[in-house]
Design a protein. Structure first.
Length: 342
């Protein structure tokens, strides 16, 4: 997979699936990979986009979705238009923004994450909803099951609980002497809170103590890292909540400032964090366009199985390791997909 990085970086890539991290798509996903015929231009479809953060933060992912539309014959201004609504990181705004899109009578709502999915689902039971990406769609109640969504919601999901538990495993493998890990999550995101139990199970197996730390706005980040310091945590694991994705550079700097061993999503390590493990976001957003295409061609969300990424990427940032004065175990370096060494 291609990684965009600063021009001064020297990056090593390995096409490796981390052991235990490869997830198979649900039944029907293989057939969905076949590209559909080009959509006739006689109909102009309206997509309502419900974004949890801002154009600056999630714009590259939306661009990937638009690229996916173009690959399937949809050209903005010709046979498709997109109405954008952004919550700017304030999830309490999502229900009102979703209601606006419903009043516009769009043909489809595209959103992401548990908060966005729930807001859209509460606003309409008839307009199709496509989730570009969300964690554990069945566990959080967005669909009845991945193979049979059963309502007006479908799209892409991943095993969020297992992913975050896996991050603890990678941290411990990288630093065997690790004892206490802070887990940074957004308490306003139900998907974040619901996954913590899985992490506690992994922590017991690894003989780690974990500490919950909450932040629901950028203004709370400094307080959250002060909490981590008071808890005497050796490291921090960061959830890929939309707010944190939007503020990835700042979070990486805070962890570096406090010389914390850290792990987050793929983009976290690319932005200067120590370790990253997660979904390739542009790839799944591009894939979301296929769901839109199938719905425009008459597919029902209730009958379109949700899909899951087949692979997660592991990223190691050796420059950050040198800055904070730590050595990453060779075993983790060997199984990394990407090593950043400036």
């Amino acid at each position: 997979m291609t990684m965009v990085s600063p021009p001064t970086s020297r990056i090593t890539r390995r096409a490796v699936v981390v052991g235990g991290a490869a997830l198979l798509a649900v039944p029907g996903a293989a057939a969905a990979q076949r590209a559909p015929a080009t959509q006739p231009a006689s109909k102009v479809y309206r997509i309502g986009f419900l974004g949890s953060t801002s154009p600056k933060a999630h714009g590259p992912f939306v661009d990937a979705f638009r690229e996916g539309l173009r690959e399937r014959g949809y050209v903005e201004g010709k046979n498709v238009t997109i109405e954008y609504r952004w919550a700017d990181g304030d999830y309490s705004r999502l229900p009102a923004l979703a209601a606006e899109l419903v009043r516009l009578n769009v043909d489809l709502i595209l959103t992401h994450g548990t908060p966005g999915g729930r807001a859209a689902q509460a606003a309409t039971t008839t307009i199709p909803i496509v989730l570009a990406i969300t964690g554990d769609a069945a566990t959080t109640g967005l669909v009845q099951s991945l193979a049979h969504p059963g309502g007006n919601v479908t799209g892409l999901t991943f095993f969020f609980a297992e992913l975050n538990a896996k991050r603890l495993e990678i941290l411990k493998a990288a630093f065997p002497s690790l004892k206490r890990v802070a887990v940074l999550m957004n308490g306003t995101n139900a998907g974040n809170v619901m996954t913590f139990e899985s992490m506690t199970g992994m922590a017991r197996t690894l003989r780690l103590e974990i500490v919950q730390v909450f932040a629901q706005s950028p203004e709370e980040f400094d307080g959250a890292f002060a909490h981590i310091a008071r808890a005497r945590a050796d490291a921090v694991s960061i959830y890929e909540d939309a707010l944190f994705v939007a503020q990835v550079g700042r979070l990486a700097k805070l962890a570096e400032r406090d010389r914390l061993r850290s792990i987050g999503f793929k983009e976290y390590a690319e932005a200067g964090g120590l370790l990253g493990f997660g979904v390739n976001f542009p790839d799944v957003w591009r894939r979301a366009a296929d769901f839109a295409d199938r719905i425009f061609k008459g597919g029902r969300p209730s009958e379109l199985p949700m899909e899951q990424p087949a692979k997660y990427d592991t990223v190691v940032n050796l420059q950050t390791a040198r800055i904070i004065g730590v050595t990453i175990a060779p075993a983790v370096l060997l199984r990394a997909d990407t090593v950043i060494d400036r």
